[in-house]
Design a binder for this molecule. Structure first.
Ligand SMILES: Cc1cc2nc3c(=O)[nH]c(=O)nc-3n(C[C@H](O)[C@H](O)[C@H](O)COP(=O)(O)OP(=O)(O)OC[C@H]3O[C@@H](n4cnc5c(N)ncnc54)[C@H](O)[C@@H]3O)c2cc1C
Length: 493
């Protein structure tokens, strides 16, 4: 087993620090009123006795920190009655059985980054974050990661092996939630989605049985775990990925503040023609209503001069106000590309583009971005370039339906506590108008990992033509619907 303990502890410490600076989230506060949902205190003690990891109750030190959602929008909405900090699969089994015995709702929590706060519950939170191991097998090049590993675990342990998978940029996002809904990242055009590298996963069902899932064993559940979304079938207690070797890449981070109306359509035309060796995010950003910037961030597996040649037409349109373009080892580039992903107030709404975004679409993006009403934070329209290796897998081969897309696009709105209800209402109305308008230039498919509690017809938007088959799997493995949340896969349509 490889670990980079001090680095990981530092990352855990920094995110805890970020959370503890927020007044209503600070841990070890005066004892909060207990919410036991009618469960005898003796029963909680009994649960604690059978766990290898700690059981936290409201008022306990660290309870607020562990209960916190990444999206601060949901920070005050629900607090669990208890958190079982599961050290291993046995703890998960004990927690699952105990919650059902006491008729408490339950939920699995890996990295806590669900956009819509779906990894919290008024009942028992089954927290997997202590299981953040990574075991690398030299003979096969596979990496088995624990149920609670985060992107940070990959960042800490894979560089020494000069290998990677398709990971995200945000270090605190859980691998569990990331992979179950697809897993997009800068490597996806060359190597596919994270689910395309998943070769095996163990799933604990509501009755405590573990199903080993791969191409040969429990193949239907394995199919569902590759894009069917977290929290629907059981609790995945481990994930094994086929890694790939990495060498050097050209990292780029370029910002334009001028000729926005010319740069955006030109970039949207140019980027989809790039080779699969290029992965990028293009964003239009605003912090001051009416004032826009454009940023292009990503990596090319290839030399710097190749990148500059390929992107030259954009440089000729307008000089960037800021740029960093450098050829460097892959994992050094990830240090430039990654972010901590601290908790924030956010509402993000996605749409897959199935082909080019037309000039009219580009004009619509700029028009909406310029009419942003403003908050104390920011708004962003962005697109992650998709296609290539992602689309070489058929839509029905895994539960991830969106194999015909050229881009994953989204609009993200951020705000701060200082923003009034009226400001928020105006911003939400703007977000809805923008998101609705973009359907004509993109599609009605939405990314299940950018899960959005205001999306209409969300099951079809996330799962397309795979929905009926996912419902069949759900009926087979979780007939009592123990694993559920407002947008979970139902037992019938
Ligand atoms: C800052 C930020 C950056 C992001 N970057 C990317 C990116 O680069 N690429 C990308 O594809 N997505 C990205 N996302 C979206 C991300 O993939 C999803 O939010 C994902 O669900 C987060 O997983 P988590 O484990 O952190 O979240 P959690 O909130 O812990 O879990 C999400 C859902 O999965 C369930 N779940 C978690 N673990 C398990 C498990 N082991 N077994 C069964 N169910 C489980 C939960 O119950 C919940 O329903 C990002 C999100 C944020 C907030």
């Amino acid at each position: 087993m490889t670990t980079t303990q001090s680095r990981r502890q530092f990352l855990q410490y920094s995110s805890a620090l970020a959370i503890s600076q927020l007044p209503w989230l600070s841990g070890c506060a005066s004892k909060a009123p207990e919410s036991s949902l009618g469960v005898d205190p003796k029963a909680w003690k009994e649960l604690a006795k059978h766990l290898n990891g700690p059981l936290l109750r409201p008022g306990d030190c660290h309870f607020n920190k562990i209960a916190a959602t990444w999206n601060l929008r949901y920070a005050k909405v629900q607090k669990p009655a208890g958190i079982a900090r599961c050290k291993n699969a046995d703890d998960v089994r004990v927690s699952l059985q105990w919650a059902q015995e006491h008729k408490l709702p339950l939920v699995a929590r890996s990295g806590g980054h669900s956009y819509s706060g779906y990894s919290t519950t008024p009942g028992l939170m089954i927290d997997l974050s202590l299981q953040d191991s990574l075991v690398y097998d030299e003979s096969t090049g596979t990496a088995m990661v624990g149920a609670g590993a985060r992107n940070a675990t990959l960042y800490a342990d894979l560089p020494a092996k000069q290998r990677s998978v398709t990971h995200g940029r945000c270090k605190e996002v859980g691998v569990g939630g990331l992979v179950l809904g697809g897993g997009i990242g800068f490597n996806m055009r060359l190597h596919g989605l994270l689910i395309d590298q998943l070769v095996q996963t163990d799933v604990m069902l509501a009755n405590g049985e573990t199903r080993r899932c791969n191409a040969h064993e429990n193949a239907e559940l394995f199919w569902a775990c590759r894009g069917g979304g977290g929290g629907n079938f059981g609790i995945n207690t481990s994930f094994t990925f086929q890694t790939f070797p990495v060498g050097y890449v050209t990292f780029f981070d370029i910002t334009w503040t001028e000729k926005i109306d010319e740069i955006l359509p030109a970039a949207l035309d140019l980027l989809p023609t790039m080779p699969d060796r290029l992965g990028c995010k293009l964003s239009v950003n605003t912090k001051t209503p009416g004032v826009l910037t454009i940023n292009l961030l990503g990596q090319l597996v290839g030399p710097k001069d190749e990148f500059e040649k390929r992107i030259g037409s954009l440089f000729r349109l307008a000089s960037p106000s800021k740029q960093k373009v450098e050829h460097m080892p892959y994992w050094d580039a990830q240090k430039e590309l990654s972010e901590d992903g601290r908790p924030e107030f956010s509402h993000e709404r996605s749409r897959y583009a199935l082909g080019d975004i037309s000039a009219a679409g580009s004009r619509a993006i700029i028009k909406h971005m310029r009419s942003w009403p403003g908050t104390h934070d920011q708004a962003t329209w962005k697109m992650f370039l998709a296609g290539e290796a992602v689309n070489k897998v058929r839509p029905t081969d895994t539960a991830y339906w969106h194999r015909n897309a050229s881009m994953v696009t989204s609009v993200e709105l951020n705000w701060k506590p200082a923003d009034s209800d009226a400001v928020l209402a105006a911003n939400e109305a703007w977000l809805t108008r923008f998101h609705d308008d973009m359907a004509q230039y993109t599609s009605r498919q939405c990314y299940q990992n950018f899960i959005d509690n205001s999306q209409h017809n969300y099951l079809r938007a996330y799962y397309g033509g795979n929905l009926e088959r996912l419902v069949e799997v759900k009926r087979a493995v979780d007939p009592k619907n123990i694993f559920h949340y407002p947008q979970s896969i139902p037992l019938k349509l």
